[in-house]
Write a protein that binds this ligand. Sequence first.
Ligand code: BES
Ligand code: MN
Ligand code: ZN
Length: 457
Amino acid sequence: MTSTPIHFVTGNQAQEALSQCGPMTKAWAKANDFTGKKGQLCLVPGQDGTIKQVLFGLGDDQKAKISPLQAGSLPTKLPVGHYHYDNADKIWNKDDLFIAVLAWHLGAYQFDRYKKSGQQWSELDWPDQIDREEVLLQAKGSNLARDLINIPANDMGPDELEAITKGLADSHGARLTVTKGDALLEHNFPMIHAVGRASTRAPRLLDMIWGEASHPLVTLVGKGVCFDTGGLDLKPSSSMLLMKKDMGGAANVLGLASMIMSANLAVRLRVLIPAVENSVAGNAFRPGDVLQSHKGLTVEIGNTDAEGRLVLADALSLADSEAPDLMVDMATLTGAARIALGPDLPPFYSDDETLVSALNETAKSQHDPLWNMPLWDGYDQNLASDIADVNHISPGGFAGSITAALFLRRFVEQTKSWVHLDIFGWAPKAQPARPKGGEAQGIRALYALIKQRYGTQ
Ligand code: BES
Ligand code: MN
Ligand code: ZN
């Protein structure tokens, strides 16, 4: 099988790079106005009319370091065939070259469950010294998260989320326990029950355990609101339209769990997913209600659309009672996070400074952007309630993402380090390596952190 070389060209060094490619290529590039602009593609023919070489522009490397994710637009742009990176090792160091290869696999993702495109993408030959298994397990985890978010709520309710989790558990020898419907009340998860009880699809708590009991315990908690109507505080239609993605936290922790188990990291892994649908019916919970919680705190409901923090709180306090070494929760928790930082840069919150620096570091090295935001103690008092231990929203709606994080913190006491990610879980427009639609956010950075911290078995 012939394999066509892809030659990366940076804008400011285009002339020099093209000279190295020979006079034919240089003339062809000039005739086609190829200047090495970001994302620019130029197919160079050989004598027989086949494609001899691909030139791919990366833009100016003087202004900013060139992101290896840019390579992620290649599989969908190129005519179908076999390719290899020609000079990628001259552009990127080994870690970034790994990302440039991963980017190809992330960019080749298609959601074709309901519309068979028949579209085949090109294949990339593996560069030397790239750990293929590692690339594939990271792509698989990320693409799992994307799939689960993209599947609409009619086909991704609590039942289906449970079935997917069971499938993942079975394929890695993990154990899944499910507490469902009224059993949530018997086992003291009143808020998961309250949020999910108005749906015909029963609320539940998924609890997956994997790995040796002697290893340090890492617990992942994901918001699994399969659809968020807002409840009695009903969302307007424009805000409800995308709410199939409100299980994005669950999708992401499952993607992360898949990576951790595939890589056989030396941890005891627990995954908790409150899987519910926030619906409207006569038995729905109401604004002004006071709920009991797993932890024992009474919670006054300010708005039934702030449901995510309620189901998370019950799961977090269960997780916390085991005092895990590390606890990560992920949730499409607030619209405020997106207003503060936009859809591509999820905020994360933690009181553990060491963890904050480590996560900042891996977010950069893995090209999986995250931004630290403060658990600002001064705002905690905004959660005061006249009639209950705590209100779950603050009046005025200031600092909505921070307030939500502070509410969650009330339910975490014994965990050694805890981090909360308020993700968007969705790419509103296509970017290299990030097709439009459901998106994995932060899980490659978290995976790198967990791998660094605990190692492999
Ligand atoms: N799932 C939403 C948050 C959300 C909205 C995430 C849009 C991404 C995009 C969450 O359950 C919610 O509705 N939050 C409310 C809270 C408010 C009522 C305090 C919000 O952010 O508006
Ligand atoms: Mn909501
Ligand atoms: Zn929600």
